[in-house]
Design a binder for this molecule. Structure first.
Ligand SMILES: [Zn+2]
Length: 480
């Protein structure tokens, strides 16, 4: 039968379960099936594999079906814990600690057993968590971004899947409503349930057994966040995702579910129709796209990057920059030189201070987009930047294109112009030498802790802090 160790111990537990249920001792059952009690004990402890004929005799003697003995489930919760403890103690993670293996015999209380199993589970969880080092995470992230760049940020299979599902749910035009999302869920056999007590680390929890998707309550009624989360939860099922086995697989799944949700909220056909018309009118604007589909500025900007190259024949870039000037997210297939570390990672890197992604923070009127032409060593780009605020601080969202594509956009007539020579350090990284001389030895900024493991400390005179900003700040406030 060639059974594995865990099968054998489940089988042993099932035999013991039925034997004790019938009030038989090892010797009594042994006698009925022609085995010594000690041999039967080895079978019950999963240490010996019984012949099929022996199993048939045991089943007959216990008055159960052979399939009852061979079922894969532990016979009761206690047995499940005992099996789990045995298996956990055999894993290298435990054996290499050099600690003794404890035998979960009758004398061990349920509490003691539960405590031991709980510790093993935690040990396993911690070890799994530690597998993705920040370096591995950054590398996987960079590879995925490059993979998407080769595809112009466009995944046609997911586009088609989303279009099919929302049509089936009755969506015709415009923004996708909560109602449509609920119908989609129903068609997949799920109901959406809003609860106040989700685990802190989970955005949603799906109960596959009972067909429920648990979501947090709406903080902003009508906001697109909830629709997006429900769609992401459904996407795992629609895209046949299994438990990810690596950080790269985890990131890929997250990208796919986000992509699916974006396709549902801004369906390809409707979105391309809207954007193509705006292009013909030479009136393209992310803010209009955002308002037409009832999503956030960032969601609309990201969705624009999916569709612009494939459908509008337009290379472009997208940046989300935090108020400290560091890149939180970025994408480009138009050659814009994004700042990167030696591994090619861009997250946490400081973008040029001359770019609109950063100069937008200095504006007083931020209700509309900031338009700007920026000369760079690889050509001139036109960008539109919108700023926003979260509890974590301010951020800016930029979408930009090479100069020759600016003609399709509202704001192309702007007179804002900047020159950037980054990554040349003299552009904006290295402070003017007289400032550096004056302040060297007298400035001591303390870096803010980056929230993200993907953000290493940007390098410079002061770890984690943009030194020219420090100098500017000191100049402004020291009154010299
Ligand atoms: Zn610069």
């Amino acid at each position: 039968m060639n059974r594995t160790g865990s099968d054998l111990s489940t089988l042993g537990h099932r035999i013991r379960h039925f034997r004790t249920q019938r009030g038989l001792t090892l010797d009594e059952l042994g006698e009925r099936v022609g085995l010594a009690g000690s041999q039967l004990s080895l079978i019950e402890n999963g240490k010996r594999e019984p012949k099929l004929s022996t199993l048939q005799s045991i089943a007959a003697a216990l008055d159960v079906e052979l399939t009852d003995l061979l079922a894969a489930e532990p016979p009761n919760p206690r047995a499940a814990l005992e099996i789990e403890l045995r298996q956990a103690q055999q894993r290298p993670l435990y054996t290499e600690l050099g600690l003794p293996a404890v035998k979960p015999n009758k004398g061990m209380t349920d509490e003691a057993l539960l405590a031991l199993v709980g510790l093993h589970r935690e040990l396993q969880r911690k070890a799994t968590e530690a597998i993705a080092t920040p370096e591995e995470a950054r590398r996987a992230n960079t590879e995925l971004r490059e993979w998407m760049r080769e595809r112009d940020n466009y995944l046609p299979e997911i586009e088609d899947l989303a279009e099919t599902r929302i049509r089936a749910a009755g969506h015709v035009r415009g923004a996708v409503t909560h109602r449509t999302v609920s119908i989609m869920a129903e068609q997949l056999g799920f109901s959406l349930i809003y609860v106040n007590d989700l685990p802190h680390s989970a955005r949603s929890v799906t109960d596959l057994a009972n067909g429920r998707i648990y979501l947090p309550p709406a903080s902003i009624p009508g906001g697109h966040g909830l629709r997006s989360m429900a769609l992401q939860a459904m996407a795992h099922r629609l895209l046949d995702h299994a438990q990810p086995t690596s950080y790269a697989a985890f990131l890929r799944q997250r990208l796919e579910i986000n992509y699916f949700a974006a396709c549902c909220l801004m369906p390809q056909e409707a979105a391309v129709g809207f954007l193509s018309q705006a292009k013909r009118d030479r009136n393209l604007a992310v803010e209009d796209f955002r308002d037409a589909f009832g999503v956030t500025h960032e969601a609309a900007a990201l969705r624009f990057t999916n569709l612009a190259t494939h459908h509008l024949d337009m290379p472009l870039h997208f940046l989300r920059v935090s108020e400290d000037g560091s890149l939180a997210k970025g994408y480009e297939n138009d050659g814009l030189p994004l700042p990167a570390d030696v591994t090619g990672g861009i997250e946490g890197q400081l973008v040029c201070r001359k770019w609109s992604a950063r100069s937008a923070f200095e504006r007083t009127n931020r209700t509309t987009e900031l338009y700007q032409y920026t000369d760079t060593p690889v050509g001139t780009y036109w960008c539109a930047t919108q700023t926003g605020t979260t509890s974590a601080g301010e951020f800016s969202i930029s979408v930009g294109v090479p100069f020759n594509q600016a003609k399709w956009f509202r704001g192309r007539e702007t007179t804002n112009r900047a020159a950037s020579s980054c990554p040349d350090p003299s552009c904006c990284r290295r402070p003017p030498s007289e400032l550096a001389e004056r302040w060297l030895g007298n400035a001591w900024p303390s870096a803010r802790l980056h929230a993200h493991v993907l953000s290493p400390l940007p390098s410079g005179t002061f770890p984690g802090v943009d030194d020219s900003e420090v100098y500017d700040f000191l100049e402004r406030h020291s009154g010299s």
